[in-house]
Write a protein that binds this ligand. Structure first.
Ligand code: NDP
Length: 322
């Protein structure tokens, strides 16, 4: 049997993402075969497509997706055919079907639909570990979240604000600024001069934590926006990778810290994964976490989805529909 999937034969611009017929995956021991209902698009796939992150070619992108279990591989327990499952940790989800290790998938509670299930895992787990583990701002602390209307930004803002953390964000357009405010940001700034604005707002002190997924264009000013002993959590590179820098700047800035975390290091054990998913699902069910799907594209138009994401045209989550 064959299925439709996106295949990149070479790295390059969005145009390298082409629809193709490829063999169906077969579930190996410990795996589930999933009929894709929705695919979550993430920035990392643009880095892989462009060649910034090396991947073997030909390449079908996609780590995130949700759908019904079609078949259960040998040795799998706790899942049955027909279960609605989601994952942030598969490969090749830009396809009508994908296989995933059962331990990296989660059964989605009744009441949370397939779209939300596909939109949540990668950015939701990321927002969760950023808020709870990569740094742990206390209630009453002020933090800065860049790209506040983006996928991670909207979720991170909601999780932090719910904990009593005061969240300042950046966003590039009035519409995005409004959206970020509605997610709980107390002040939404433009990018120009944001470090000075942060100092003004915090009475000269600076923020306890700056969450920076934008990278190259914001990194220097994110450092400047920190309070003494503040932490810069550099978790992405939407504007490009940050060049090497002089560690002495951390001293001059006031005994600052910088960390460069990745989601995989915060899903180290099944218990850690289950804890993060459980808290996210509970927040959704309690109405405390809104998952915004900002754009939907047919699977065949994956290139357009990448263009929109890289072109700063999107808010919240981008999904593909097979
Ligand atoms: P977003 O939905 O946040 O999209 C990126 C946003 O970044 C844009 O909408 C834009 O918002 C802002 N941006 C600023 N400058 C640029 C630029 N030059 N080009 C493109 N966008 C720019 O994406 P995600 O939520 O999916 O991801 C956010 C970041 O988090 C990415 O860097 C991603 O790689 C990273 N990430 C890291 C993870 C980790 O574990 N380390 C896991 C998941 C994501 P605006 O127009 O308002 O500026």
């Amino acid at each position: 049997m064959t299925m439709r999937a996106i295949v990149a034969e070479q790295t390059g611009g969005p145009e390298v993402l082409r629809l193709a017929e490829i063999p169906d995956p077969a579930p190996r021991p410990g795996e589930l075969l999933v009929q894709t209902a929705a695919v979550g698009v993430n920035f990392i796939e643009t880095y892989q497509r462009s060649g910034l992150y090396a991947v073997p070619l030909p390449f079908t992108p996609g780590a995130e997706g949700a759908g019904r279990v079609l078949a259960v591989g040998p040795g799998v327990e706790g899942f049955a055919e027909g279960d609605l499952v989601a994952t942030a940790e598969a490969t090749a989800t830009y396809a009508e079907r994908f296989a995933v290790a059962a331990e990296r998938a989660v059964r989605v509670p009744e009441g949370i639909g397939a779209d939300t299930a596909a939109a949540l895992p990668l950015q939701g787990l990321t927002a969760h570990y950023l808020a709870t583990s990569a740094a742990r701002p206390e209630p009453g602390d002020t933090v800065l979240v860049h790209a506040g209307a983006g996928g991670v930004g909207l979720l991170l803002t909601q999780l932090l604000a719910a904990r009593g953390v005061r969240v300042l964000t950046t966003a590039s357009t009035p519409e995005k600024q409004q959206l970020s405010r509605s997610a709980g940001a107390s002040e939404v700034l433009g990018y120009d001069g944001f470090a000075d604005r942060v100092r003004e707002i915090t009475g000269g002190e600076g923020v306890a934590v700056a969450y920076d997924g934008v990278g190259k264009s914001t990194f220097d000013d994110s450092l400047r926006a920190l309070r003494v002993r503040g932490e810069l959590v550099l978790y992405g590179a939407a504007s490009g990778p940050v060049p090497p820098f002089d560690l002495q700047r951390l001293n001059a800035g006031g005994s600052l810290s910088v960390t460069r975390p990745s989601l995989g290091h915060f899903l180290r054990t099944p218990d850690e994964r289950v804890w993060r998913y459980r808290e996210l699902f509970a927040a959704i069910e309690a109405g405390a976490l809104d998952i915004r799907i900002g754009a939907r594209f047919p699977l065949a138009e994956a290139a357009a989805a990448h263009r929109a994401l890289e072109g700063r045209e999107t808010t919240g989550k981008v999904i593909l529909e097979p």
